[in-house]
Design a protein around this ligand. Structure first.
Ligand code: NOJ
Length: 522
């Protein structure tokens, strides 16, 4: 049996609105992406994941879908999508489409019909319920963007459920019609040639049927109220039936089309990552720069997902989290750690998901409140900074207005000096983050066919992690000073120029990592 293409693959997330702008309106689009596929290919990834590009009022930048069968006119047309796909396939790049099944936009025709009268058949597509006798919402659930998870529909007096923004009403997956609609949608993009889907909030589709109040706790990270994890309001067992059905549908096309679930909690993933359901879910490394936290995070993800052919999909950043150069300390130290972190992750078994701009070493942007557009910022009245800071458009050309993204002001403003990390500048420098990403991904491609899906942690000084994967040794120094570790093999790649190998001893400068190969010959 040959290995399916996605096992061990490197994926590149394209945030469509911010990647490349072909018509100079300040907003990224599909033809812009097509024009940069050579750049993506040269980076050395196997596939791209496109964030939602459907018609949408953009209340959550595409995660509020108004029509699942078309392209947002700001981003292009279905013909542009077909061209993008053909052009990616010509280069051997696979393409994943983002599927948003948990909720629609409030502008979707289903929801508009549902609002029209109480007995419209589409009413049952959503969760409408009467409030409590005291006039409060049907239960105490909270929106993940802040405030109650219910909004009152003034004309009927009932409330509708939305786990995200009020403009994102949740679909009622207990209704078989919803299931049938999504089977058509799943087929639509597969028919056009998509290689699979990333599924938004994949464990949330079914809500507990009694819509009962649940105890709420404060999330230690965000400070926001969320249901006590012991009282699940989502993640109901019926969701697995949906994924079994979708898996069957994908298999009718080709068994190697993939389903990637947006599920982060490692303990949940093993119920979804099964031969008859999803292929992958994300293993996001949330830790700061600390050897023990990293090792724990890696171990938890690897233990949660074990079994033949199953391995985590490592992720340092995506469009919902603070860019990791900033998380790791920012500035030059953040960038050094980010290089080391990449080597640490790329050596592990499993897939890797990169987020556009991390290959340039981009940092989180501290935008003015007036420029922020994220519903998380808006609905928490600024208490949560929101996610715009990691979504600022990519800098393509040094010295050009708006770093060559567009001559019109981009939809999110760029900070001064944004073009220092422009592709044109980094392309020209062998020591840039971009060149390092290309070298690291190339080394991974060269070695990965020979590597088993397991790692062995090696004894190492405190603050240093060393693991072996058969012939490959990966060593990472988290400390603020150089260390020497005994290793076997020859140096393949290091994150810092001053890493040296001398008679079986590797000297690793502060915050750096290296790969050694016991069999290596150039
Ligand atoms: C997860 C997406 O990644 C995020 O951007 C979005 O706001 C929520 N799901 C709701 O769709």
């Amino acid at each position: 049996m040959t290995r399916p293409w996605w096992r061990g693959a490197a994926f590149y997330e394209i945030y469509v609105r911010s990647f490349a702008d072909s018509n100079d309106d300040g907003i990224g689009d599909l033809p812009g992406i097509t024009s940069k596929l050579e750049y993506v290919k040269r980076l050395g990834v196997n596939a791209i994941w496109l964030t939602p590009f459907y018609p949408s009022p953009q209340k959550d930048h595409g995660y509020d879908v108004a029509d699942y069968y078309d392209v947002n006119p700001e981003y292009g047309t279905l013909v542009d999508f077909d061209e993008l796909l053909a052009s990616a396939h010509e280069r051997g790049l696979k393409v994943l489409v983002d599927l948003v099944p948990n909720h629609t936009s409030d502008q979707h025709l289903w929801f508009q019909a549902a609002l029209s009268t109480r007995d419209d058949p589409h009413r049952g597509f959503y969760h409408f319920a009467d409030g409590k006798p005291d006039g409060s919402p049907p239960n105490n659930w909270r929106s993940r963007f802040g405030g109650p998870a219910w909004t009152r529909d003034e004309s009927s007096g009932q409330w509708y459920l939305h786990l995200f923004a009020p403009e994102q009403p949740d679909l009622n997956w207990w209704n078989p019609e919803v299931l049938a609609e999504f089977e058509r949608i799943v087929r639509f993009w597969l028919d056009r040639g998509a290689d699979g889907y990333r599924i938004d909030v994949a464990s949330a589709l079914f809500k507990r049927k009694d819509l009962a109040d649940v105890p709420m706790v404060k999330d230690p990270l965000s400070g926001m109220l969320r249901p006590d994890p012991a009282f699940l309001i989502t993640d109901q067992p019926q969701v697995h039936q949906v994924y079994r059905r979708w898996r069957q549908i994908l298999n009718e096309y080709q068994p190697d089309r993939v389903l990637v679930g947006e599920i982060f909690e490692p303990q949940r993933q093993s119920r979804y990552i099964l031969p008859d359901q999803l292929n992958m879910a994300f293993a996001l490394i949330p830790a700061g720069w600390d050897a023990i936290l990293w090792r724990r995070s890696i171990e938890i993800d690897m233990i949660a997902l074990h079994g033949p052919g199953v391995a985590p999909s490592w992720t340092l950043s995506n469009h919902d989290v603070v860019r990791h150069v900033t998380r790791l300390g920012g500035g030059s130290i953040g960038r050094e750690r980010a290089r080391a972190a990449l080597l640490l992750l790329l050596g592990l078994p499993g897939q890797v998901f990169l987020y556009q701009g991390e290959e340039l070493g981009l940092e989180e942007v501290n935008l003015d409140p007036e420029s922020r557009q994220d519903p998380l910022f808006i609905h928490t009245e600024g208490k949560h900074a929101g996610r715009d800071g990691c979504r600022v458009p990519l800098p393509w050309k040094k010295g050009e207005p708006n770093a060559g993204f567009s001559t019109k002001p981009p939809w999110l403003p760029m900070p001064p000096g944004w073009d220092r990390c422009a592709v044109s500048a980094e392309d020209a420098s062998a020591s840039s983050m971009l060149s390092f990403y290309r070298r690291a991904l190339a080394a991974r491609r060269r070695l990965s066919p020979w590597l088993p899906p397991v790692i062995w942690w090696q004894p190492s000084p405190q603050g240093v992690l060393v693991y072996r994967r058969d012939r490959l040794t990966v060593a990472c120094n988290f400390l603020g000073y150089p260390v020497r570790v005994p290793v076997a093999g020859r140096l393949v790649i290091a994150s810092a120029p001053l890493a040296t190998l001398d008679d079986g001893w590797l000297t690793l400068p502060e915050s750096s990592a290296a790969w050694l190969d016991a069999v290596w010959a150039e």
